[in-house]
Design a protein around this ligand. Structure first.
Ligand code: PMP
Length: 429
């Protein structure tokens, strides 16, 4: 595959942008090689600057759930753009967006729009602290909630990919208020809450984790945390930035049948525009300014282009619930096909899968938390990634990421991916 234009662009980018990228994992630093510079995308395909076509399993890390350049969304953005790209004043569209979300997801009485998943999670924590008058939070090792200081402790995604133990610039003062447990370890949560009784404002979790590969909550884990939160007055935050509007219309809360107190959103909610949101039960969200004194604001929050994009996509998902079902079926088909070729290869592997979240760990033991994800053969994953890329399949460049399927994928795309996996395994094992 000729990627000479991407190579030139990468050299040029590094002169002006740290590491040549505006978000670290894009640099392919951990897998090696040259990141592909994308020229355009349509449906399930990315086209790089040398016009190579790839089947896209990143989907902009989640948002493009119905495929790239999805026509109703493109049209809605174009129509709005002529009326200005931002007002910094309230619009009816923001009300419609809030009402639509409330009609789709449980436990959201009030919701505030922001511009990223990071902002949503950062604000949710502030609300929980303001509401409870407590300082400490519990997060889970390998979960990623964005790059706000409080979350960069034992974080997943790029922090895990680059094996950054302590992030310089995050003060010890902030980090001491972030307590961590292993994902799926309810006993550890119980112990930690007991040790810090009355001091914990919030427990934040990715209900289905996607930032250490895909990891499924074991039965009783989230239910148990719900009980602990109720008993000790702790705010239970579901970070649904990845899960929301993907696992079900009502997200992980609906899919798993568990109620959260605050829920954060990102990715799909903005259809590829910079959008996040945090919402929750009225008595908690009432602390948010200007109702209460928990200050939170944004020049571009509720931006009309971003709102119309998200509103259009969410409306379609709501009106045509078969779309998410189709996507789940495609993911299950892919899972079965990958299972067959991986089994045939004889290499130890684990596929974790729920709905349209899926990932492969080259592991001979179940992958249920960060430690088990980190002890998989991630060197083999790097080889697999490149072998797949050479066959026109663009996977996340790290075993510490979930794959993101989109509904524009055809059966032929999935079959190609399965065949490419069989060929890749032959090449790398
Ligand atoms: N939470 C989760 C679960 C995420 O996966 C991410 C991003 N991958 C974030 C929060 C942060 O979102 P953003 O990158 O939009 O700031």
């Amino acid at each position: 595959m000729n990627i000479s234009t991407s190579q030139q662009l990468f050299n040029r980018a590094q002169q002006s942008i740290p590491g040549g990228v505006n978000s670290p994992v894009r640099a392919f630093k951990s897998v090696g090689g040259t990141p592909l510079f994308i020229n355009h995308a349509k449906g399930a395909y990315l086209y790089d600057a040398d016009d190579n076509q790839y089947i896209d399993y990143i989907a902009s890390w989640g948002p493009m759930i119905l495929g790239h350049a999805y026509e109703p969304v493109v049209k809605a953005i174009q129509e709005q753009a002529v009326y200005s790209t931002s007002y910094g004043a309230p619009t009816e569209l923001e009300i419609k967006m809030a009402e639509l979300i409330k009609s789709m997801v449980p436990n959201v009485d009030l919701i505030r729009m922001v511009s990223s998943g990071t902002e949503a999670c950062m604000s949710a924590i502030r609300v929980a602290r303001g509401y409870t008058g407590r300082n400490k939070i519990i997060k889970f090792e390998g979960c990623y909630h964005g790059h706000a200081d409080s979350f960069l402790v034992k974080a997943g995604s790029g922090v895990a990919t680059f094996n950054i133990q302590t992030v310089p610039g995050v003060t010890a003062g902030v980090s001491t208020d972030t307590l961590t447990c292993a994902y799926n370890d309810l006993d550890a949560v119980e112990k930690l809450v007991e040790e810090h009784k009355g001091a914990i404002a919030a427990i934040i979790v990715e209900p289905v984790a996607g930032n250490m590969g895909c990891i499924i909550p074991q039965p009783g884990f989230l239910e148990g945390i719900r009980k602990i939160c109720d008993a000790d007055g702790i705010v239970f935050i579901f970070d649904e930035v990845m899960n929301g509007f993907r696992l079900a219309l009502g997200g992980a809360q609906e899919k798993l049948g568990i109620d959260a107190d605050i829920i954060t959103y990102g990715k799909v909610i903005g259809a590829g525009m910079p959008v996040g949101a945090f919402g929750g039960k009225r008595h908690i969200m009432e602390v948010v300014s200007p109702l209460g004194n928990v200050y939170q604001a944004g020049t571009l929050s509720g931006n009309p282009i971003a709102m119309i994009a998200g509103y259009t996509l969410l409306s379609i998902l709501k009106e045509q619930p078969q779309l998410l079902k189709e996507l789940d079926d495609k993911t299950a088909y892919l899972k079965d096909g990958l299972d067959n070729v991986l089994k045939a290869s004889g290499t130890p592997y684990v596929i974790n899968h729920l709905g349209s979240m899926i990932s492969i760990h080259f592991s001979d033991h179940p992958v249920t938390d960060f430690a088990t994800a980190a002890s998989a053969n991630n060197e083999l994953f790097k080889k697999y990634f490149h072998a797949m890329l050479n066959r026109g399949v663009y996977l996340p460049p790290s075993a510490f990421e979930s794959w993101f399927l989109n509904n524009a994928l055809t059966k032929e795309d999935l079959d190609h991916t399965i065949k490419a996996t069989a060929e890749s395994l032959k090449e790398i094992l």
